[in-house]
Design a protein around this ligand. Structure first.
Ligand SMILES: Nc1ncnc2c1ncn2[C@@H]1O[C@H](COP(=O)(O)OP(=O)(O)OP(=O)(O)O)[C@@H](O)[C@H]1O
Ligand SMILES: [Mg+2]
Length: 457
């Protein structure tokens, strides 16, 4: 059963609120609350997220315009439809300038009212898509081998349940694609899918992104902001890199996951939303728990069911299919030479599918003829071919842990040297520099070379 649309009807005439409520609730998709005054309305809006508010303009004390302004500031994605008397149409038009979606004049036609509500709901989805811009194209998950198919089938099966899902897998294995897959096959598929990258932000920012903040709650909080949990209401909240949430923010997230309740930063009232949480991490959370960096109770909450994505090297039989797909996205004529293909098959792919995708894209751009050769593959395959000693991958860390070019060069040279068993001539040739340059770099980076004086010089 998909989530119902939440509607609030505000009018000081009880006969009106009663009528609208009964008419809308005749339809299975609506759930309607009513308020008989502006202040009642504001109280309700503080504690609940509405999709649409039907709002009378003329009410004693707090009128519709004030309520409208309040909504626009505190719940900007809620759509407001003004209910107005025929004589009042001018005011109604003015309210659309203040952000009301539309107006309906009283006495209204049920069909007209309903059509306006439905358009407002559509508009809301559009606004959310545009503002949050998290709904990507429904990418296709490519892979035919058993290990991969098993995970896809499991994901499809659990998608329709409401269970929280934890997706674990190395970088580039497709965690985000799986999160979308779960959403797209759930009963929430027509509701928002909102992705939050928990690693990309410092604590306070993450909290205010998730839960929103009230104006003035911290220096840069110039405007009240809705939290992403509110935007995701009714849909799926994707907590990406969840293993990177700091230990201080974890209890707040846990409380929210347990109750669906949260408070905006600097806010006084608590609100409730209904979201299904799918999270992903490339960390081993059990290890993180042991090291006291991740709360066990939080892991338990997030991990009702888990999906473990295989590394690309565990499913090398899918490489041809993946290559074919990535090639066809970029070119109609280019193809891989058999040697280049062999190279792709024998590489270890520390960056998994993402790395493969990039290598193919790069190769299409680099190759001069229709045949893509080994030299067009820009990862240094020589380091990994038939070598387990050198298969310690070049680190592909998260953005904030990226190395300086110098450090990267040092690590890279060390790996190349190890691969060639410290033979500097061969290493220099692989790296495309002269032995002398290599020698200078070894000195500069203070690389410990066991056989520095080996006879190959
Ligand atoms: N099975 C697959 N089929 C097709 N494309 C895939 C597949 N798996 C991953 N990709 C592609 O690889 C790239 C990385 O995928 P995604 O972002 O889902 O990985 P991730 O596990 O979230 O990585 P990270 O931990 O680095 O965030 C994307 O461009 C995605 O389209
Ligand atoms: Mg990701």
């Amino acid at each position: 059963m998909p989530k119902k649309h939440r509607v609030l009807v505000v009018d000081d005439e009880e006969s009106i609120t009663y009528l609208v409520k009964t008419e809308l609730e005749d339809l299975p998709e609506f759930e309607v609350d009513t308020a008989l005054s502006g202040s009642d309305a504001i109280n309700l809006i503080q504690s609940k997220v509405y999709d649409v508010v039907l709002l009378d303009v003329k009410m004693p004390r707090i009128g519709g315009v004030e309520v409208l302004k309040y909504i626009k500031e505190h719940a900007p994605t809620t759509q407001v439809i003004i209910l107005t008397n025929v004589v009042d149409v001018k005011t109604a038009i003015e309210t659309t300038k203040l952000g009301a979606y539309d107006y309906v004049s009283k006495p209204y036609e049920t069909a007209e009212l309903l059509a306006t509500v439905r358009r407002a709901l559509e508009h809301k989805t559009l606004v959310i898509d545009k503002e949050v811009n998290q709904l990507g194209r429904p990418d296709e998950l490519i892979g035919e081998c058993r290990v991969f198919k098993d995970v896809v089938n499991k994901a499809m099966k659990l998608a329709s349940s409401e269970a929280f899902v934890l997706i674990q897998g190395a970088s580039g294995t497709g965690k985000e694609l799986f999160a979308r897959l779960v959403h797209q096959h759930s009963t929430r598929k027509d509701q928002p899918f909102i992705a939050v990258n928990c690693a990309a932000m410092p604590d306070q920012l993450l909290e205010s992104e998730l839960f929103g903040h009230e104006k003035g709650s911290f220096t840069s909080a110039i405007k009240t902001k809705q939290g992403l949990v509110e935007v995701a209401d009714g849909g799926t909240l994707f907590l990406d890199e969840v293993g990177d949430i700091s230990i201080t923010t974890q209890p707040k997230l846990l409380r929210f996951l347990e109750t669906g309740e949260f408070r905006r930063v600097g806010g006084t009232s608590s609100r409730t939303v209904d979201v299904r949480v799918v999270s992903a991490t490339n960390k081993n959370l059990q290890e993180e728990v042991k090291a006291s960096r991740f709360r066990e109770d939080l892991l338990y909450r997030l991990n009702v069911v888990s999906l473990r994505l295989p590394d690309l090297k565990e499913r090398k039989e899918d490489i041809p299919l993946l290559v074919e797909n990535f090639l066809s996205r970029k070119t109609k004529t280019k193809h891989l030479s058999p040697e280049a293909f062999q190279v792709l098959m024998s590489y270890d792919w520390p960056g998994n599918v993402r790395e493969l995708e990039h290598v193919i894209e790069g190769a299409v751009a680099l190759s001069h003829s229709d045949s893509i050769e080994t030299k067009d593959l820009w990862m240094n395959v020589a380091l990994n071919v038939q070598s387990s000693a050198a298969s310690t991958p070049l680190p592909l860390p998260a953005a904030e842990k990226l190395m300086k070019i110098d450090e990267l060069e040092k690590v890279y040279i060390e790996q190349a040297l190890k691969h060639h068993r410290w033979n500097r001539v061969k290493t220099a040739a692989t790296l495309g520099i002269t032995p002398k340059t290599l020698y200078l770099k070894i000195k500069r980076y203070k690389i410990q070379v066991p056989t520095m004086d080996s006879p190959d010089e």
